[in-house]
Design a protein around this ligand. Structure first.
Ligand SMILES: O=C(O)CCC(=O)C1=CC=C[C@@H](O)[C@@H]1C(=O)O
Ligand SMILES: [Mg+2]
Length: 379
């Protein structure tokens, strides 16, 4: 793919509204955009979705940046790969660091698609020209406030509403929501806030006809989730626990979930996402694409993977304007009546707008071919 240079654009973007989960509140989103530049000056873009702090998983942005600069960037330049599907293999000797790997692996897919003059979704094997989207709403201080937010988003046409829950803000909050909206497609995400000791609370949620409950138990667990799924009717969807094809396979075999939320960053990139997609399809496990509060680049990558056939349920690829006053891409992602049109332009399907990006840029780091070729990894 002839990569000459890698730029890491570090951004600080202010969220339009703070986003609260069982583990904390996000006000500013630190984003890293990975830009791979080839010998003809063509650029491919990927987004590293690690959080500022290791709260969702063990990864965090400062560490991901070091990992890209010290290992994955130079390795990719040295590797001389001809197709992005080989990038995961190149990175394999270095363990985990999925979000760091994904930031650069997704950029390689975008660059390759642009080199071929084709849209990324077609290169990935997708065939949808539009995708259904839902919305993920953070915890609010009162039931009235969350009900008001849901009303607004239902009116905007989102095809599925996800609310966050945590101990003390669960059964009664969902009951209050269901009294006002008895029929909307509704789901709850606990971000690992419960244990099997809370089984009676989790059983009570069966009353509310939820589409699924996402990651109720430990963030790396699949064993207790299998026990829980036997005790509740609501389908369990795993998020945090699925970080590879191997543990997706183990979770399916154990019966730990009936649905999987695929996050491209969490599983190390698009190649691993496709492997999980194919496995889930064979096993009749429906998928949806989760979000990590991405800026436009990550959002477009998510839309591309959602065009694969087993992404059956609406994803978290809401409009750019749900998150940002101004996104860094032109045109921005727009969901109309809960549907996003998939762009047919080469690569991710929109331009990174450097004028807009400049307004939120903290710093750009560079990895040159010369520096990369000087580095020795395996003696
Ligand atoms: O809209 C989105 O991008 C999804 C937001 C969302 O639900 C999440 C973002 C980041 C970390 C988690 O809290 C989380 C999730 O668990 O799905
Ligand atoms: Mg989740």
């Amino acid at each position: 793919m002839n990569i000459e240079k890698i730029l890491l654009h570090r951004l600080k973007m202010k969220m339009r509204t703070p986003f609260t989960t069982s583990f904390g509140t996000q006000i500013d989103r630190y984003v890293t955009i990975v830009e791979l530049i080839d010998e003809n000056g063509l650029s491919g873009f990927g987004e590293c979705v690690a959080g500022e702090d290791p709260l969702y998983s063990e990864e965090f942005m400062d560490a991901a940046l070091v990992a890209i600069k010290k290992y994955f960037g130079p390795l990719l330049i040295q590797s001389k790969v001809t197709h992005p599907k080989s990038v995961t293999e190149v990175f394999k000797p270095f363990k985990r660091n999925m979000m760091a790997k994904s930031g650069i692996e997704t950029a390689a897919w975008d660059l390759y698609a642009k080199q071929q003059g084709l849209p990324l979704y077609k290169i990935l094997g997708g065939d949808k020209t539009q995708v259904d989207v839902g919305i993920s709403l953070g915890l609010e201080k009162s039931d009235e406030l969350i009900i008001e937010k849901i009303r607004e988003k239902v009116e905007e046409g989102y095809k599925r509403i996800k609310v966050k829950i945590k101990p003390g803000r669960d059964v009664e909050m969902i009951r209050a929501i269901r009294e006002v909206f008895p029929d909307i497609p509704l789901m709850a995400d606990a971000n690992s806030a419960y244990t099997l000791d809370d089984i009676e609370i989790l059983k009570q949620l069966d009353e509310f006809n939820l589409m699924m409950i996402e990651q109720p138990l430990g963030s790396t667990d699949i064993v207790d989730h299998a026990k829980l799924q036997k005790e509740i009717h609501t389908p369990i969807c795993l998020d945090e626990s699925i970080d590879s094809y191997e543990n997706a396979k183990a979770a399916i075999e154990l019966g730990s979930c009936k649905i999987i939320n695929v996050k491209v960053g969490r599983v190390g990139g698009l190649t691993e996402s496709i492997k999980i997609h194919d496995l889930a399809k064979e096993n009749n496990i429906p998928l949806w694409c989760g979000g990590m509060l991405e800026a436009g680049v990550g959002r477009l990558t998510n839309i591309a993977i959602t065009t694969l056939p087993n992404f059956i349920l609406p994803g978290d690829t809401a409009s750019s304007s749900r998150y940002w006053e101004e996104d860094i891409i032109t045109p921005e992602v727009v969901a109309e009546n809960g549907v996003v049109q998939v762009s047919d332009k080469p690569g991710i399907g929109a331009e990174v707008d450097f004028e807009k990006m400049k307004k939120v840029l903290i710093q750009t780091d560079e990895i040159t071919k010369e520096d990369a070729l000087d580095m020795v990894f395996f003696d």
